[in-house]
Structure formats: structure tokens, C-alpha cells
Design a protein around this ligand. Structure first.
Ligand code: ADE
Ligand code: SF4
Length: 368
């Protein structure tokens, strides 16, 4: 933690000055009524600001005070809640209202620890209510505020881990101004929503830029976590290019990603198998044909979802057998030009184009 007082003072001043100019005019910011703020914070746990806006007003019209809410039946509350989902929130809010009326005479507790005891209220919501409605000096760190704060401090960590959250919580506790901690918390939320965006933070527009460790690093978007490196799964496949008297065998897939498309029959290679052996095995398993594999023609790579697929094309000569299809719904012996006119997966189009090209070069031993 940067504990130099000068830096902290700068953060407070700059953030609060920015917030004064740029704060979003949200309906729950027109009030200091703790009940309204409680409702808004429960709502904002799982609903976006835009969706929460009209709903918040409707809810308060229907249940203007905590007593109205406590008196209502759960059914009535759920009916009003209809449409924005996560009904557990509505149940908890109703339950909390009843307890606040019974135990605290209808006064929302102002104390963080007491708020935390109420159903549906976690550290974030308790912090938000205590700071925004009662001016208590407590952090309110949700995912968004965590992002801004960890960038400002230049800290990397898993935003879901409690140890990382605890460190940030302590850092923000030191950073909060004595006056207006609720403003400070909401300023972090607005900075997160308007400037310090997850993928592309707008540092040049940010009031904290001169103070921000992540901005200084040049890769602010890499805080608090480095971008996930894509984990490719490797897959080796063989395509059987089977010729019989000048005709190429193409088959129509019966299932999966490419169902209905035509291709040179293919399948996955076994771990220690050579492409030529794989081609002979696949011809037998998937087509019921006996072939001799003659040569590797080419290797193509492509990507399907998380799979990086290497497709090795093996030239084969038909020997014997009648078509018995596995995983294919149809198969035809066709001249290459005709095979090319059928709809195919794009790596297979590349393969057919390769075969045509090769034939043009006259290298194809069209002996089969
Ligand atoms: N998200 C959660 N609480 C919020 C608040 N008070 N203002 C804006 N966004 C929020
Ligand atoms: Fe976020 Fe950039 Fe501002 Fe730092 S300078 S808080 S990274 S927007």
C-alpha cells in the first residue's frame, strides 16, 4: 500500500472533484433515505444500473416505507419483483424489512457489523449502505471497485480470493476520506463504469492517471489479472483421400458440428499411430472399405472452438469392400470437380482445392 499521505490526499481530491462533475444522476442518489438506499443496493447486486433505474421507482411507489414493505405479504413483494429475477433478493429484502421493523423500530441500522447480520446483505452491500446512507468510513468493494483500486495500486491478484479482497479492503480503509466516504465509494463505482473499463480503460481521461500504477505500467488492462491465455487442445486428424478408377470418395457427415456437409472421410489419429496406418484403420472402421494408404499429401491446420486441429491428408487406393457407413449418412464416388461443388467444411474445401491444384500441376498419379 502506498501509505504516503500526500499521494492519498491527491487520490481523494482528484476522485471527488471528478465525481462532482461527472456523477451519474441516478434516482437513489436524489435521496438520503436509508430505506431507499437499502432497496437500491439490494437491487444493484445483480441488476444493471439501467435496468434498476425504472424498477427502483416503481418499487418505492408500491412500498414507500420500510413499514409498507414489512406489512406486505411475500407474494405481493414477489409480484412487484417479477421481471427482474433473482427472487432470493426479494425474499431476503422482505425478511430484512420485517426484522428491521421488529428489532430496530423500523430504523435501518447504520453500523456495518449490524447490517451484515441481516439476510441478503454481505460486506459490499453493508459497506455501501453504511457509507452512502450514514456517512460511515467503510469500504464498499464490488468487482468494479476492486478493478479500479487494484489498478491504482498496481496490484495483481484474483478478485475472487478473500485474501486479495482483504488487502484491498485494508488499502481502501486507509484511503477513504473522513468527510464523504459514501461519495468516494460511489465515485469509484462511476469511474469503473465510465472510465476504468474492464478491457480498455480510458486512462488519458482519468483523473487518477498521474497517480495510477497500472497506467504507469503501460498495460492497465492487465490488472488485477493477466488476460487468460487461451488453452488450445491439440487434435490430430487424418483425412482419407480415396480414389477408385479416377473417382474420389466423399461422405456426408451424420452428426456433430459439421452435420450434413461433405468431406473426405476423416477421424482422429491414435496417440502412436502413423498417418498411413490411421487412414487404413479409419477407412475400415468408418466406411467398411479396405484401402492401401500410399502417401501423405498435405497437412492443414484449423481451429474449432478450443481445438487446434492438424489434418493430415493421406492418399489411398481402394482395394475392396462395400460401403458400410459409421458417422456418415451418405457417400458418393465423384469426379473431383463435382465433389468440389458440394457443401464442405472449410478445411475440406482447402483440401479439395489442394487436390485440384496438384492435378493441374500434373503431379497426381491418376492411376487409380
Ligand atoms: N452499484 C452498486 N451500488 C451502486 C451505486 N450506489 N451507484 C451506482 N452503481 C452502483
Ligand atoms: Fe483505471 Fe487508467 Fe484511471 Fe488507472 S489511470 S484508474 S487504469 S482508468
Amino acid at each position: 500500500m502506498r501509505d504516503d499521505e500526500e499521494w492519498q490526499q491527491q487520490v481523494r481530491q482528484r476522485l471527488l472533484a471528478w465525481f462532482e462533475k461527472h456523477r451519474r444522476p441516478l434516482p437513489w442518489r436524489q435521496t438520503r433515505n436509508p430505506y431507499a438506499i437499502l432497496v437500491s443496493e439490494i437491487l444493484l447486486q445483480q441488476t444493471t444500473v439501467e435496468a434498476a433505474r425504472p424498477f427502483f421507482e416503481r418499487f418505492l411507489q408500491r412500498f414507500p416505507t420500510i413499514h409498507d414493505l414489512a406489512k406486505a405479504s411475500l407474494d405481493e413483494v414477489l409480484q412487484v419483483w417479477a421481471g427482474i429475477g433473482y427472487y432470493a433478493r426479494a425474499r431476503h429484502l422482505h425478511e430484512a424489512a420485517k426484522r428491521i421493523v421488529e428489532e430496530f423500530g423500523g430504523h435501518i441500522p447504520s453500523d456495518f457489523e449490524t447490517l451484515l447480520q441481516l439476510p441478503g446483505i454481505g460486506r459490499y452491500t453493508a459497506g455501501a449502505i453504511a457509507s452512502i446512507a450514514f456517512g460511515k468510513r467503510v469500504p464498499a468493494l464490488d468487482t468494479n471497485a476492486i478493478r479500479v483500486l487494484s489498478r491504482l495500486l498496481g496490484w495483481r491478484g484474483d478478485p475472487k480470493s478473500t485474501t486479495f479482497q482483504k488487502r484491498l479492503w485494508d488499502a481502501e480503509t486507509a484511503l477513504l476520506p473522513d468527510e464523504a466516504p459514501g461519495e468516494f465509494n460511489q465515485a469509484l463505482m462511476d469511474l469503473a463504469a465510465l472510465i476504468c473499463l474492464p478491457e480498455a480503460p480510458e486512462c488519458p481521461l482519468c483523473p487518477l492517471q498521474p497517480l495510477c500504477a497500472a497506467a504507469a505500467s503501460g498495460v492497465p488492462e492487465q490488472f488485477p489479472t493477466l488476460p487468460q491465455r487461451r488453452r488450445w487442445r491439440k487434435r490430430r486428424e487424418v483425412a482419407c483421400v480415396i480414389w477408385r478408377e479416377g473417382y474420389l470418395l466423399v461422405a456426408q457427415r451424420a452428426e456433430g458440428w459439421w452435420q450434413g456437409l461433405w468431406e473426405c472421410p476423416r477421424g482422429e489419429m491414435l496417440p502412436d499411430e502413423s498417418p498411413l496406418n490411421a487412414a487404413e484403420r479409419l477407412a475400415s472402421e468408418r466406411l467398411g472399405l479396405t484401402v492401401t494408404a500410399q502417401a501423405i499429401l498435405t497437412t492443414l491446420t484449423h481451429t474449432v472452438t478450443v481445438h487446434r486441429i492438424t489434418l493430415t491428408a493421406v492418399e489411398c487406393r481402394y482395394l475392396s469392400g462395400e460401403l458400410r457407413l459409421q458417422g456418415y449418412q451418405d457417400a458418393r464416388w465423384l469426379p473431383l470437380e463435382e465433389a468440389q461443388r458440394l457443401p464442405s467444411p472449410s478445411p475440406q474445401k482447402d483440401l479439395l482445392a489442394f487436390l485440384t491444384h496438384q492435378r493441374r500441376l500434373g503431379r497426381q498419379a491418376s492411376l487409380f
